[in-house]
Design a protein around this ligand. Structure first.
Ligand code: PAF
Length: 282
């Protein structure tokens, strides 16, 4: 596997050969990322993973500084997973001049849920993803569904800007106890780690109650009770919310609430100093 740190080296490496498949990451890789690489390999083109901790998508007081930088181990894992090239730029390569042009994602989607809790987050995500797509010019790029809203926004950006890339979304990879794999799981103390599957359990319980619910008017109470349950177990929830899969808006009427297989429940909550997110389609 080639490891490249500069844009020039990347351009030279990509000058000939087929368009690759890109797996963008912020590093500190786990089995979820390696599943993205495995999916990328199935697409039959050379696989490029990027590792770049993107300052633009972190808000003030978030974990940009302490986000784990584990490039050597990441490179070993990628090599074992059959990745062909690792692009690991530093900030000077990625943002040689301050990034003053930013993508402004549709606020109807980017201002909800994660966007409401982390203002500016999706502007940072879409800006760096657009830049990575420009640098790598992949035929396809693979993202995980754990970051459900991120995946939707990237699909929407690609569609709106007519970017010549196919976006693949892959199911969330979970630990045996149901916890969604995340680089941030490493922040959890052993006691918190034992408790962490409660977020997924809360989403399952909320989805089950929403399934039984026949009137939309009952949904806010059910969601508030789900948040309250988590709070009682020591979490600080940002949101637990039932949304339409298609646009992440709340279901519009009773009929929509009752229709099968088009809703998703999304949640974000803090356990100690660690903020976890997860979701469940139902
Ligand atoms: O999902 C992530 O790891 C990041 O948001 C991404 C897509 C690599 C952009 O920095």
């Amino acid at each position: 596997m080639q490891i490249l740190h500069s844009r020039d080296a990347l351009h030279a490496a990509l000058a000939s050969g087929p368009h690759p498949v890109l797996v963008p990451t912020m590093g500190n890789l786990h089995a979820g990322h390696l599943a993205l690489v495995a999916r990328a390999r199935e697409l039959g083109a050379p696989v490029i993973a990027s590792v770049f901790v993107n300052r633009l998508q972190f808000g003030p007081g978030e974990d940009f500084e302490r986000y784990p930088r584990t490039l050597q181990r990441d490179a070993e894992l990628l090599e074992q997973a059959g990745c062909d090239l690792l692009f690991a730029p530093d900030e000077a390569q990625m943002y040689p001049t301050p990034q003053t042009f930013h993508v402004r994602p549709d606020p109807r989607l980017a201002g909800e849920l994660e966007g409401a809790s982390r203002p500016g987050h999706f502007e940072g995500v879409t800006t760096v993803v657009l830049k990575l797509l420009q640098l790598v010019r992949p035929a396809a790029a693979v993202f995980g569904k754990k970051d459900y809203q991120q995946l939707m926004l990237i699909r929407a950006m690609v569609e709106q800007f007519a970017l010549p890339v196919r976006i693949e979304g892959l199911e969330t990879v979970r630990e045996r106890d149901g916890l969604a794999m995340s680089s941030r799981n490493g922040y959890l103390s052993p006691a918190e780690r034992a408790q962490a599957p409660q977020l997924q359990q809360a989403l399952r319980a909320l989805a089950a109650r929403a399934r039984e619910c026949t009137e939309l008017g009952q949904l806010p109470r059910i969601q508030a009770e789900a948040e309250q349950d988590l709070r009682a177990r020591g979490w600080e929830p940002d949101y637990l919310s039932v949304r339409r899969r298609a646009d992440l808006q709340a279901p519009a009427d009773d009929e929509e609430l009752r229709r099968d297989a088009h809703l998703v429940v999304l949640g974000a909550a803090r356990l100690g100093r660690t903020r976890l997110i997860d979701n469940l389609e139902f």
